[in-house]
Design a protein around this ligand. Structure first.
Ligand code: FES
Length: 225
């Protein structure tokens, strides 16, 4: 039995479970990491306990075990973050993958979500924020239902990307970096989409459109309702 403190809700309890790496907080279900020294203590105590049980007093030992408390399920943003973080074993090194999962499921990353990620992974908010603002894949503002990314890299530019961008802007009525009023489209420019030989290029919701022609733009957009 070792004393654990939940980093999420600060609940303290005596842990005597089997897992030596993580324990689930009985109150909020947060996965609490077990430090190596506590894991060591846990192993020793388990060994002593099993010896005592084997000798003569199994009933007495079992009676001293405290009843498990009713777990409280995390709700809202905390619950969404908890599910993504649990899939990656609360590994700080998987921060980008966790944020990508949240971005995909939620559409964007509100500040409340970043705060929750920092709490549940046990890292600073500054660190989470730096990653979330460094990569263009993440958005800290709500996005439209469909995300249009048009390449403004050199190769696409010399092949006519600026005129394609103008056409897009005139059709959906917003500038790059904005969301249409009906929330249908977001328009973003990126430095390269990885298909330079097929420029000008854009993606809509991850689907690639290369060798774009002005006349084709409206028809492509009409596929997205
Ligand atoms: S420059 Fe446009 S895809 Fe690379």
């Amino acid at each position: 039995m070792v004393l654990l403190i939940c980093q999420h809700c600060e609940y303290k309890w005596n842990y005597q479970g089997e897992n030596e790496h993580y324990a689930t907080c009985p109150r909020c279900r947060y996965k609490v990491r077990i430090s190596e020294d506590k894991a060591q203590t846990l192993r020793q105590k388990r060994w002593m306990w099993s010896n005592a049980l084997a000798r003569s007093e199994p009933d007495k030992e079992l009676k001293t075990a405290s009843p498990a408390k009713e777990p409280v399920k995390l709700l809202g943003i905390a619950g969404i973050v908890n599910r993504a973080a649990a899939d990656y074993q609360y590994d700080k090194g998987m921060l980008i993958q966790i944020l990508l999962r949240l971005q995909k499921n939620f559409g964007w990353l509100p500040m409340e979500m970043l705060i929750e990620v920092s709490k549940q992974l046990g890292i600073s908010l500054n660190q989470v924020y730096q990653v979330a603002t460094f990569y263009k894949a993440f958005s800290l503002n709500p996005r439209g239902k469909h995300l249009i990314r048009i390449c403004s890299g050199t190769s696409c530019r010399v092949r006519g990307a600026p005129t394609i961008l103008e056409k897009l802007q005139s059709i959906i009525g917003i500038e790059a970096g904005e969301v249409t009023q009906d929330g249908k489209f977001s328009l973003e420019t990126v430095n390269c989409l990885g298909g330079c030989a097929l420029g000008p290029m854009m993606t809509i919701d991850g689907e690639y459109y290369g060798n774009l022609k002005l006349l084709a733009v409206k028809k492509i957009l009409s596929k997205y309702t």
